[in-house]
Design a protein around this ligand. Structure first.
Ligand code: C2E
Ligand code: CA
Ligand code: CA
Length: 404
């Protein structure tokens, strides 16, 4: 049922700014009333069909009850994703806060724009604040950080880009929280595309995998980075470690440890200054080959780090078999840990578990001083993130390190 005059409903109302969906009529009416006193054009509906009929690109804000009888809030989020919805979304629920937080995470995964949540019963001031904040910044101008447009490329074009050296290696500093000094850098690849400009790896790593060119790309990066490390050592007179991302596909090659040692030797780099970052998915694929490679890497003094920890599957089972030196907490936990209790619990447990297994724990994606201080207070060993520096070119890194 729709709580405004019916004739208004099924035709597209261009002036409509806020759309509320809640099966409890009183609640929907209450939200709409508050919005109207703030001079927003808002309607509330109690059923999904009316909600869908009223959804149009001019809507700036959707207030959505998670618990709906005919189609629950999660299904509606998926529907909004299919509709390529660009409106901000406020989630409401009377169930426990964790459910709301998880729904928010899901919405983020779907690249929807979450503007906050309301745990029923809520105070009028809470609602007013959320409405005010979400209606000030027009959502249409906001592009989510994780959004990447699909890149249309062929295998030949990718191979050509490799042959033409179009890939760049950037470095992100890693900081030790005991000494407060940089102890290493992670190498990340970028594509300097002649037409599209600088492209981030999210847009092409999976393509490289499907073209079976990821191993070649990883070696391209390793060669460039080890060569750069020699320059860094010359200018920055102290030791730094270099972290290299290794795709699960690269790690299926049993020669990986010998090849990396040969490369280190050719560049005069001590293997103890190299860390290989592996992901949980890398472990799942071919566990026996992976374990063979990891053990030999460690025997050759190369360090191992488990990347994006907490996002994969089955890791708990395998973690105790992996001779890793470092555990990297995935940035999604760091982003949410101060606002969301479950992300906070996961972060603290990962730190504890990493330490119990004898590993250093590094938090990635640290963007604020509050996150940094929370991690420091909770004995996290290392951090990496925009708070210190984004990934930067070699020449910018040398400036950052005050070598130039
Ligand atoms: P990753 O290994 O987890 O690398 C960290 C990513 O987090 C980088 O994204 C970095 O720019 C980003 N990041 C660092 N600090 C922050 C922060 O404070 N906030 C936020 N929001 N993000 C932060 P990037 O460079 O786009 O790389 C994405 C992924 O691509 C990497 O994730 C890695 O999985 C993959 N990748 C990058 N270079 C290579 C490579 O040479 N080989 C392979 N196989 N994969 C690579
Ligand atoms: Ca990494
Ligand atoms: Ca990571």
């Amino acid at each position: 049922m729709v709580i405004e005059k019916n004739e208004k409903i099924n035709k597209v109302n261009d002036a409509l700014q806020i759309l509320v969906l809640d099966d409890e009529q009183d609640m929907g009416e209450y939200v709409a009333d508050v919005a109207k006193t703030m001079n927003f054009n808002c309607i509330a509906t109690t059923n999904v069909t009316d909600f869908m009929a009223n959804l149009h690109p001019n809507i700036q804000l959707i207030v959505l009850d998670l618990m709906m009888p005919d189609m629950d809030g999660i299904e509606i989020l998926r529907f909004l994703k299919q509709q390529n919805c660009k409106s901000k979304i406020i989630l409401m629920s009377g169930v426990d806060k964790r459910v709301l937080e998880i729904a928010e995470e899901l919405a983020n995964e779907l690249n929807l724009f979450i503007g906050g949540h309301l745990l029923k019963p809520f105070r009028k001031a809470e609602l007013e604040n959320l409405l005010k904040n979400n209606m000030v910044n027009s959502p249409k101008t906001v592009v989510p950080h994780s959004y990447v447009s699909p890149l249309v490329i062929t295998k030949n074009e990718f191979q050509l880009a490799l042959d033409r050296n179009e890939f760049l290696v950037y470095y992100q500093p890693q900081i030790d929280l005991i000494t407060n000094r940089v102890f290493g850098v992670e190498a990340v690849v970028r594509w300097q595309h002649p037409e599209y400009g600088l492209i981030l790896p999210k847009s092409f790593i999976s393509k490289a995998e499907s073209f079976k060119l990821i191993e070649q790309l990883d070696w391209y990066v390793a060669k460039k980075a080890l060569c750069d490390l020699q320059i860094i050592f010359e200018k920055y007179k102290s030791n730094l470690t270099l972290s290299l991302n290794a795709s699960p596909y690269s790690l299926q090659n049993i020669k990986y440890p010998d090849m990396i040692i040969a490369l280190a030797t050719a560049n005069g780099i001590d293997p103890k200054n190299i860390t290989v970052e592996i992901t949980e998915s890398g472990l799942i694929q071919e566990l026996s080959t992976a374990l063979d490679i990891f053990t030999r890497l460690r025997m050759k003094n190369i360090k191992l780090s488990i990347d994006d920890f907490g996002t994969g599957y089955a890791m708990m089972q395998q973690l105790r078999h992996v001779p890793a030196n470092e555990l990297k907490i995935d940035k999604s936990f760091i982003k949410d840990m101060l606002a969301h209790e479950n992300a906070r619990i996961m972060t603290l447990k990962i730190i504890e578990m990493g330490h119990e297994l004898g590993m250093k724990v590094l938090a990635e994606g640290v963007e604020t001083v509050e996150q940094l201080e929370f991690l420091r207070a909770n004995f996290c060993d290392r951090v990496q993130g925009y708070f210190y520096s984004r990934p930067i070119s070699l020449s910018d890194l040398l400036k950052w390190l005050k070598c130039e």
